[in-house]
Ligand binder design. Structure first.
Ligand code: 5AD
Ligand code: SF4
Length: 445
């Protein structure tokens, strides 16, 4: 029996790249007549898109997949696919542990998954994890999952070898999409009403084709009529040059926000992690961006408790966080990943010690986040309205260019996707509250 015209259910773990890949698969399946469903028990195909970045992410994915045995018992014709980074990482091991799984498919093999779902269901689990250094999914239009903002992967894979990271192993080498195809995908999204695009890549600013580099791509996208905002994540400090800062400063649609993972404030740790920059260089980029882009907001990723991290190294991270004044940070306790260069290094901290440092870092960051938000009161900010506020139907939720969440009451002439000029009145937790002044004229095409 083929899966044609059935319903598919997709559960996605991990980063925005996985969310985009799920939308790619959604795009492929819907083109062939399948319908998305949010109810797993009415689906003919269940797909779990998995993450391997830390041990906890894999544990959650295993638990979710194990729970899907129930749907197969109820409806034996159901097909179950495990895809994404953990599928690539664990391959054959998955159907051994979870014998209700029909397909295990790595990030370079989604075209084959589409084909297999429209053939007879296999008698034994199919495992497709061959890596393909050229697979960019050119020509496939990802499903749009928001009416206002869309994410578009512009480069896949990673050529860095940060010692703690599993990504280069599971996502393969770096490859960039042609600018023309990115422009076409953004134009299509804008045609459907999307106002903001977020460009995705593991080291998004090392984007490069024969004709374009990252700053050139920003400048091209900045010219797309009807597009209001451009964001990107995550740039690598090693590739963050002055031309990128200039392109950001000179492209009115590029938001005044930089999410730039620093990982540690200690040069000893940065070197051992093979990050290819120093604390001083990171601070130099921050200073240069601040000078060129008034009001730019910084956010970051930080790992605590890497093997050998002393209290003095950790203090350097705390002082860097203070010195930059990040608006927010994703903070992680180091999680050893088999297959990474750091896996053989003995851990020097217990789980409790890592947790204790993590909590101190979160506390420090929280105070800075509050301070930065409070400094915004009294300002007028341009806010892109994303949706109704969850707690109050009569209020909008949107974000400033510098990526701060703002909630404000409805006002005439505003709707989802409008740009509003909002007077910031106060901070409530980690969101700002304000009052709309008037709808901002759409930026000139
Ligand atoms: N342990 C903890 N955090 C990690 N990250 C990547 N690998 C690990 C690991 N082994 C974090 C980094 C990266 C973010 C996506 O996840 O901070 O920027
Ligand atoms: Fe992992 Fe480093 Fe590549 Fe980021 S740059 S995906 S942390 S190896």
């Amino acid at each position: 029996m083929s899966a044609q015209a059935g319903k598919y259910f997709l559960a996605t773990f991990g980063c925005q790249m996985n969310v985009y890949d799920s939308n790619l698969i959604g795009g492929m399946l819907e083109k062939r007549g399948m319908l998305a469903t949010g109810e797993a028990d009415e689906a003919d195909v269940l797909i779990v898109n998995t993450c391997s970045i830390r041990g906890g992410a894999e544990d959650r994915a295993y638990a979710r997949i194990a729970g899907m045995r129930y749907y197969k018992r109820r409806k034996p014709g159901v097909r179950i696919a495990v895809i994404g980074c953990m599928a690539q990482n664990h391959g054959d091991k998955i159907p051994v542990e979870l014998d209700h799984v029909d397909y295990v498919v790595g990030p370079d093999n989604y075209r084959q998954l589409e084909g297999m779902l429209f053939q007879d269901r296999p008698k034994t689990a199919q495992v497709l994890t061959e890596q393909n250094a050229f697979e960019n999914y050119e020509g496939i239009m990802a499903r749009l999952d928001s009416a206002v903002t869309c994410h578009i992967t512009i480069m896949r894979g990673c050529n860095k070898r940060c010692t703690y990271c599993i990504v280069p192993t599971v996502r393969g080498v770096e490859r960039s999409r042609e600018a023309a195809s990115i422009v076409a995908e953004v134009e299509r999204a804008v045609g459907e009403g999307v106002k903001e695009v977020c460009l995705l890549g593991q080291t998004v600013n090392s984007y490069r084709t024969a004709d374009d580099d990252f700053p050139a791509l920003l400048r091209k996208l900045d010219k797309i009529p009807g597009l209001e905002r451009i964001r990107f994540t995550s740039p690598h400090p090693r590739h963050f040059d002055s031309e990128t800062i200039r392109a950001m400063a000179e492209s009115p649609k590029v938001c005044r926000h930089l999410h730039m993972p620093v990982q540690s404030g200690s040069n000893t740790m940065l070197k051992r992690m093979r990050r290819q920059y120093t604390r001083e260089r990171f601070l130099e980029i921050v200073a240069e961006a601040r000078a060129a882009i008034p009001g730019v907001g910084f956010t970051t990723d930080i790992i605590v408790g890497y093997p050998g991290e002393t209290e003095a190294d950790f203090a350097e991270t705390l002082s860097l966080v203070e010195e930059v004044g990040f608006d927010s940070a994703y903070t992680f306790a180091y999680s050893p990943r088999e297959g990474t260069p750091a896996f053989d290094e003995a851990e020097t901290l217990t789980a409790a010690e890592k947790q204790e440092r993590l909590e101190r870092l979160i506390q420090a960051q929280f105070r800075i986040s509050e301070r930065n938000l409070e400094a915004m009161t009294g300002r007028v900010e341009e806010v892109l309205i994303e949706e109704r506020a969850t707690r109050n139907e009569g209020e909008w939720m949107g974000k400033t260019s510098c990526f701060k969440k703002v909630i404000f009451p409805h006002a005439p002439g505003l709707e989802k996707g409008s740009l509003a000029r909002v007077l910031i009145l106060s901070r409530s937790g980690l969101v700002l509250r304000g009052e709309a002044l008037e709808a901002v004229e759409a930026l000139e095409g």
